[in-house]
Design a protein around this ligand. Sequence first.
Ligand SMILES: *Cc1c(COP(=O)(O)O)cnc(C)c1O
Length: 402
Amino acid sequence: MGATKDQKSGGIAWHPATKLVHEGTLRSQFGETSEAIFLNSGYVYQSAEQAEARFKGDEEGYVYSRYANPTVSMFEARMCALEGAPAARGTASGMAAVSASLLCHLKTGDHVVSARALFGSCRYIVEDLLPRYGIETTLVDGRDLDAWREAVKPNTRVFFFETPTNPVLELVDIAGVSAIAKKAGALVVVDNVFATPLLQRPMPLGADIVVYSATKHIDGQGRCLGGVVLGPKEFIEEKLHNFLKHTGPSLSPFNAWVLLKGLETLTVRVDRACASAAAIADFLAARKEVARVFYPGRADHPQHKLAKKQMGGGGPMVAFEVKGDKEAAFRFMNALSIFKISNNLGDAKSLITHPATTTHQRLSPEVRAELGIFDRSVRLSIGLEDVNDLMADLDQALVAVR
Ligand SMILES: *Cc1c(COP(=O)(O)O)cnc(C)c1O
């Protein structure tokens, strides 16, 4: 292939920041410093025999970019190094990662237990899509270990959850739930987006599969969609690989390159966003216009002990309730100038969402209440601006709540 691996750790275990700059780099014969974008769909063989050998799997190498691509491979290798996972596959979006990791494993007659507090599209997959294929699902309160235990059936094949949850940052005990799944013989799939790969590592706690929307903090600058699934070799390189290869939600090499560049600055960005988020959570909690703040890093979070056990910090997201109704929440949002109104998250730009009328609009008010989402609830994704400017923006907008 002419590419050489850039691997010179010399046996010393690199810290995440170093891995994120160097791991997985493949250097072509031109010796480029920054990773190259291999924006090609197909590959040329030196002979018919070589093509045959590649297809038979007798010779390593690329065949078609729906199956694999060098820039995508670099992204996957860097994610593996960060997560400490044996294998990974990039996907076109986070939802492609979630749906493929479930569909490649499940079949008609299987049963899934899932936390009920999920990113909107994940909830659609579990609640609406899987049952259409004869895959039964049970939604549980993810915080309640007994609920997970009681939901298990003889045909339970997967446990699925995210933690912290979108949007109100409830936590699921990864080790506790994974232990119940192990006993049930079920695969544990964790959507680790809200914690970022830097603050929480589900695999050492017992999770089998970790999925990310790379659209969020991994890109981190609001540029492109992408996803990644990490897990054991047999699962990723057989089941998932064949599913992706033949159904086609491939990660574009260009997006893989954007994500690789995003990974280089991930520690710097996430550190900044988390420090600002912690300060902003404290700032909001002290304001009389604010009824309640949800931040896993604060001692008043109902699961703060669990946060300290399984997370390396409070994270880059903050949720809170204004004192008042939907109109008060809207007045506050409309008065902001730095915070942009957007349902996205994990951007350099600080963003605010009103979940009840956007991401969770599809759900009934009763179901929303069950999830802790009210007309007074808002969700912040903290970006990279100066924290003093962010607080000044919140400060002037809170006046509008009164
Ligand atoms: C954004 C997000 C997804 C979906 O990712 P896309 O890249 O938008 O497809 C899934 N889970 C969580 C928790 C997310 O935040």
